[in-house]
Design a binder for this molecule. Structure first.
Ligand code: GUE
Length: 281
């Protein structure tokens, strides 16, 4: 199984974005709303901030305390919606437990034209009717890699493992639009891999995906993130898969960096830059 370096592909795309921004004299501004002090959230926000910085853009971290009230979050979203200097807004998830019941209300309050996560119901709905606006960065990352390694996609057999609203559901719609044969399952079973050309595995556990049942030449995209002490594991057992032919986008160094790169592309589009092959649904 050949490992795909998400970092290398990401740097290629980021360099191109940086060049285009400079040519168009654009300096995009991303506002990140962070509620509470979840350690992983702070790590991911740091990665996003550095990435925006490398493009020459600006990041505003709008932090609210763990016990922030629902109205405080809604007021902050409203303020950023109306701030002309802000091109993109994202609400870092997960929220503190007490606020989780309002997650969809918060996401719906973000201006769809600034929704660089692609989580707004209008942007999600536009995926269904084939007139995509912003699309979820994780889904864009997986589709980008699939097109690079498995084009033409029409007729390919695709297996998606999981049910998340930010990856599996939008990605299923995107593969349907590419005329793929798409199956979705909540949990991984090697028997499901029969004849599969592209598999995106989000639900599961560290190293549960082994070589058995995988078609020679398949593309596997690992989208599971499990921290154990300081190491990060994915669903796929890279060791075991080294015995067979094919491609693996691994964790770490795969979906993560590509996801952030797609966030940068969405942010550049929100700032008015036209992308050569605009993120299509
Ligand atoms: N509103 C919102 N949008 C998100 O897109 C969002 C979110 N909330 N909450 C959390 C998840 C998770 N996520 C990741 C981002 C980067 C890496 C990434 O780059 N990981 C590195 C390792 C990072 C490290 O541990 O050093 C890698 O896989 O190579 C992973 C996961 C975005 N998320």
């Amino acid at each position: 199984m050949e490992l795909i370096c998400g970092k290398d592909i990401s740097s290629e795309i980021r360099n191109q974005l940086k060049e285009n921004l400079a040519q168009e004299g654009l300096k995009p501004c991303l506002a990140v709303i962070n509620v509470g002090d979840d350690k992983e959230n702070l790590l991911y926000i740091g990665l996003k901030e550095n990435a925006v910085d490398t493009l020459g853009g600006e990041t505003r971290i709008a932090s609210l305390p763990q016990n922030a009230a629902k109205e405080e979050v809604l007021n902050l979203i409203n303020e950023l919606n109306h701030d002309q200097a802000v091109n993109g807004i994202l609400l870092q998830l997960p929220l503190p437990k007490e606020l989780q019941p309002y997650e969809q209300e918060f996401l719906s309050a973000i201006d769809p034209a600034k929704d660089v996560d692609g989580f707004h119901p209008v942007n999600m709905g536009r995926l269904v009717n084939g007139t995509p606006g912003f699309i979820s960065c994780a889904a864009l990352a997986c589709m980008d890699i699939s097109k690079r390694y498995k084009a033409p996609l029409a007729g390919k057999k695709v297996l998606l493992i999981g049910d998340s609203f930010d990856l599996i559901r939008p990605l299923a719609l995107m593969f349907i639009k590419e005329s793929c044969q798409v199956s979705v399952a909540p949990q991984y079973k090697s028997a499901l891999m029969e004849g599969v050309d592209i598999a995106v595995i989000e639900a599961g556990g560290p190293h549960i995906v082994k070589a058995s049942g995988i078609k020679e030449g398949a593309l596997l995209i690992d989208a599971g993130f499990y921290y154990d002490q300081n190491s990060l594991f994915g669903n796929v057992d890279k060791e075991d898969l080294s015995k067979i032919d094919g491609h693996l986008l691994p964790v770490p160094g795969g979906v993560g960096p590509m996801l952030i790169t797609k966030l940068l592309e969405n942010l550049c589009m929100a700032a008015g830059m036209s992308l050569p092959d605009k993120n299509t649904g």
